[in-house]
Design a protein around this ligand. Structure first.
Ligand SMILES: Cc1cc2nc3c(=O)[nH]c(=O)nc-3n(C[C@H](O)[C@H](O)[C@H](O)COP(=O)(O)OP(=O)(O)OC[C@H]3O[C@@H](n4cnc5c(N)ncnc54)[C@H](O)[C@@H]3O)c2cc1C
Length: 276
């Protein structure tokens, strides 16, 4: 089973973020800002409001000053290969298949729901059982774990301890909460999000797919993917926005209709304007 636990985070994320942003926009030194926070001249509410406004802008580097540490377990190597493609603002430690030898060839693995639904789980598990037997034979014959692991499938489970900064986590959620992302990655991203929402709701709410109302608000995937997306219809596709912009620029927008004007002007319906 996939488990994601927020192990630790920057002690006071709101204060850290406020300090980072404030330093950019103030004549005060960071030390003076810290003193004002300590003696309550700058309140928690003010810090939150200031951050909220900054988060509407593209000034993202202060977000790198807040970090989250997660323990992630029971994920497949199919997932982990995708996970470690994220290169910026995230540090990984992953269970080794060189230094960890699976005892008696029993390696943990994930069977996807689609395989179960197709009625093929038993055959998949039987195959993994055979692989485990051969793995054990290899280890007994002196083959090191780093070579015996060549037998192991993508389904083999693994564990991570990671540290990720808030900016990188936003980016990961942009991509991996999108319904285009693989189900396992979506699940891990959703669990990371839930953990941050629980610990720091003011920041956690920003962890959304890129079409989220606090992110881009529209879809930049292909039109076919947008059409296939379960939430595609509630978010505009990028092409619709461009088309609208082009029509506007070229003066080709359909004029407002009579009924639109009636709604704007709140005209009384015909016949209802007679004197009492
Ligand atoms: C739906 C989906 C399908 C995918 N399919 C495939 C696939 O078929 N094959 C495949 O190989 N990968 C695939 N990927 C992985 C994808 O190509 C990226 O490697 C992965 O999502 C990491 O994204 P990133 O590079 O934006 O993130 P990070 O590595 O965390 O980088 C964050 C940002 O930093 C910047 N950056 C990082 N490194 C550089 C650099 N060297 N130069 C300039 N800017 C940089 C970029 O703006 C980048 O967006 C897929 C990803 C998704 C979400």
């Amino acid at each position: 089973m996939i488990q994601v636990t927020l192990l630790s985070h920057t002690p006071n994320p709101i204060r850290s973020l406020y300090m980072a942003y404030r330093t950019c926009y103030s004549t005060l030194t960071p030390q003076q800002v810290a003193t004002r926070i300590e003696d309550d001249r700058i309140t928690e509410a003010q810090m939150r409001q200031f951050i909220e406004e900054r988060l509407k802008t593209g000034h993202a580097s202060p977000l790198e000053q807040v970090a989250f540490e997660f323990g992630i377990s029971g994920v497949s190597r199919a997932f982990s290969h995708q996970f470690v493609r994220h290169r910026v603002g995230i540090s990984f430690e992953q269970q080794s298949q060189r230094y960890v030898t699976y005892k008696e060839g029993e390696f943990p693995y994930t069977v996807p729901e689609t395989v179960k639904k197709a009625g093929l789980a038993a055959r998949m598990e039987a195959l993994f059982g055979d692989l485990g037997v051969l793995y054990e034979e290899m280890v007994a014959a002196g083959v090191p774990a780093e070579d015996a692991r060549f037998l192991l499938p993508n389904a083999t489970n693994t564990n991570f301890k990671i540290t990720v900064n808030f900016q990188a986590l936003l980016h990961i959620c942009d991509l991996r909460l999108c319904t285009r992302a693989q189900w396992e990655f979506r699940r891990v991203a959703a669990l990371m999000r839930a953990e941050v929402v629980r610990a720091v709701p003011e920041l956690g709410k920003y962890l959304q797919p890129k079409c989220g109302e606090l992110r881009m608000g529209y879809c930049d995937e292909s039109l076919a993917d947008w059409e296939a997306c379960p939430i595609g219809r509630v978010r505009p596709h990028r092409e619709a926005l461009f088309r609208l912009y082009d029509q506007y620029r070229m003066g080709q927008l359909a004029p407002l209709r009579d009924e639109d004007w009636a709604a704007i002007e709140e005209k009384e319906p015909a016949g209802s304007g007679e004197p009492y």
